[in-house]
Ligand binder design. Sequence first.
Ligand code: SF4
Length: 160
Amino acid sequence: MAKKSTGAAGPWWKDGIRFECQGSGKCCLSRGTHGYVYLTLEDRRRMARHLGLATAEFTRRFCRKEDGWWHLKPANEAAPSPDQDVACRFLEGNRCSVYEARPAQCRTWPFWPENMKAKAWDREVVSFCPGVAAGRRGKGRLFSASEIRGLLEEDPLRDD
Ligand code: SF4
């Protein structure tokens, strides 16, 4: 019987990934099923402070709770869900108008748990985001594996 693999070789990104935001704003646009910007309590507090609002007021004006998770309301509040809207309500041109206070979900792109399988990375990130070059080595600053793990820990949908 062959020795069982312990997975010690590590993930495909064990040597890190290069990424540098090119300011395209593409990750702030809905892509059919990618329109939700989820928010932790800390996100709501930080964004409220940034806009000079109380957290409760920010939450009332800009947030909605669905299936137990807070997310930004679509800019077009008549849209049935953020997936049906065009862009994040805080996107102005190609720029985030709350950039310094942007949610963890935005700050940690593209290092999201659902993107980190090699196939998903190719499909959801390489083919879409100009912040990584075609192929898996990427471009721009090198994010080490431990840095990536830290960003993955910030997943706003972590249930702990
Ligand atoms: S909050 Fe800012 S960075 Fe996040 S999706 Fe909206 S415009 Fe983009």
